[in-house]
Design a protein around this ligand. Structure first.
Ligand code: NAD
Length: 493
């Protein structure tokens, strides 16, 4: 029997008001993993009301106490790792080698990191006027709506929840409809950890109804969203009438630049991992490769050779490196882009099809796919495919590579591969992205800030900077003089 999952509202694990449910499907084989509540705007109303009621007490709780609750939650998460790993894999197809090494251990580690970091939050003291004492106090934003995607279901939720809570906000969290299970389990652990009722509320349901109900709710003070750039724009437009801030981590179409003096083996290894890890369903994956002509043939040969060694298969098998895409529509999208690239004259160097094994016929699989391309304006080089599909293009100079890398509406991240560190570092300064790496791609850890430029969004997740997204500096000016400081003193006193 499928496990019964509940949403969390006002400290209670419950059904949606209408009692409707939706299915979570395993993309590796098309079977049902679970039924979860399908909420509506009326559930969002309850969730926001609970968050509103809880906010005064939570923001006035000593930060050390909030920190202790997060540490308790981290301990509960660790105790349930063995149960969470296969659940995360079953709901969205991330191989167990990934969910066991990264996704699930990340959650408690992030709560612990933020539980310490948040205790060091400070305001400013400002020498503005010798007759005044001027300072800023850090205040929580209030009720924050957290809306998260499916590609790292628990990771993205925890990356928002932990900083929101330590800084004294209360939240309404909505995970992606196709992969909400580990976040719903987190709801159970939140109750077990003793986090007060109403501080965290979790609702599930479609983005256009439940997500938009959160964004439009007058009781919500801020949205922190991770997802597609088009959805981000829609959310910003809904938030605009109230001038409500929307923190946004959006899509990416990221460049990897390989120069003539790069270490070939290192670049091929880095390219293979970063492009195809998690089936390329990473906002930070490189999907455009600009390779200098002197190294081009050798790099392409090695990249194709190492990508052809990727083990694609059942994500529950520990040997599997690449599982299916998260659901069938993602595969359909990938296949549309592959057909479009072929029609536009790109040459298939690897893949371009589904796996041949009949075991995988019912799953949403796409093989690692590498195209050789000649035109940066091709759809393949401009649109986010969010699948294991990349284009490689020959370039003459580092400057040309940077110009092509910047020729994109996205600006999430990019990397430069070269043995000349000085040259590589100077090139990164020209890249219009939020993160640039040298001889590395897709290194993202709790301590380092993550976030983009342009249509990739502008806010920061992770690192000490994440605390900025969940607090305001309230400026306080205390006049220590007998009279106020005004320009009218000589006329009116
Ligand atoms: P998505 O935008 O379709 O969905 C994200 C969340 O938004 C889901 O919970 C969804 O239900 C909700 N949603 C959808 N429509 C909505 C609406 N109209 N109003 C409110 N909420 C709505 O994204 P996805 O397909 O789940 O994830 C893939 C996308 O996320 C890619 O574009 C990827 O690049 C991006 N992403 C970005 C980062 C980053 O850090 N920049 C990280 C992970 C994923």
């Amino acid at each position: 029997m499928a496990y019964e999952y509940k949403i969390l509202i006002d400290g209670k694990l419950t059904e949606s008001l209408r009692g409707e449910t939706m299915e979570v499907i395993n993309p590796a084989n098309g079977t049902r993993v679970a039924l979860v509540p399908k909420c509506g705007p009326e559930d969002v109303d309850l969730a926001v009301a609970a968050a509103q009621r809880a906010r005064a007490a939570w923001r006035n709780t000593y930060v050390g106490e909030r920190s202790e609750l997060l540490m308790r939650l981290a301990a509960i998460l660790r105790a349930h790792e063995a149960e969470l790993v296969p659940l995360e894999t079953a709901q969205y197809g991330g191989p167990i080698s990934k969910t066991s090494k990264f996704d699930i251990p990340f959650a408690p580690a992030e709560f612990e990191f933020i539980a310490g970091l948040g205790r060091g939050l400070t305001g400013l003291t400002i020498s503005a006027d010798p007759t005044a004492r001027v300072m800023t106090f850090r205040e929580p934003c209030g009720v924050v709506g957290l809306i998260t995607p499916w590609n790292f279901p628990l990771v993205t939720a925890v990356s928002k929840l932990a900083p929101a809570l330590i800084t004294g906000n209360t939240v309404v969290l909505k995970p992606a409809s196709c992969a909400p299970l580990t976040v719903l389990k987190l709801g159970e652990y939140i109750v077990e950890a003793g986090i007060p009722a109403g501080v965290v509320n979790i609702v599930t349901g479609p983005g256009p109804s439940v997500g938009e109900a959160i964004v439009k709710h007058p009781g919500v003070d801020k949205i922190n969203f991770t997802g597609d750039s088009g959805v981000g724009k829609r959310i910003m437009s809904l938030a605009a009438p109230r001038v409500m801030p929307v923190a946004s981590e959006l899509g990416g179409k990221n460049a990897m630049i390989v120069l003539d003096d790069a270490n070939l083996d290192a670049a091929a290894e880095g390219a293979t991992y970063a492009a195809f890890f998690n089936s390329g369903q990473n906002c930070g994956s490189p999907s455009r490769f600009y390779v200098q002509e002197g190294i081009y043939d050798a790099f392409v040969e090695r990249f194709v050779k190492s990508a052809s060694k990727i083990v694609v298969g059942d994500p529950m098998d520990p040997k599997t490196m690449m599982g299916p895409l998260a659901y069938k529509a993602c595969r359909d999208t990938a296949e549309r882009f592959i057909a479009g690239a072929k029609a536009a004259g790109a040459k298939v160097l690897l893949g371009g099809d589904r796996p041949l094994s009949p075991d995988m016929a019912k799953g949403a699989f796409v093989m690692p796919t590498i195209f050789e391309v000649y035109d940066n304006r091709m759809e393949l080089m401009q649109e986010e495919i969010f699948a294991p599909v990349v284009g490689v293009m020959k370039i003459k100079t580092p400057e040309e590579a940077v110009a092509l890398a910047n020729d994109s509406r996205y600006g999430l991240c990019a990397s430069v591969w070269s043995s000349d560190y000085r040259k590589a570092m100077l090139l990164t300064e020209e890249l219009k992205v939020g993160t640039a790496w040298v001889n590395q791609h897709l290194a993202i850890v709790s301590e380092t800030p993550w976030g983009g430029q342009k249509e990739s969004g502008w806010t920061k997740e992770n690192s000490v900077l994440v605390l900025e997204e969940y607090t305001y500096h309230k400026h306080l000016w205390v006049n220590m003089a007998e009279t106020p400081n005004t320009f009218w003193k000589e006329y009116i006193s």
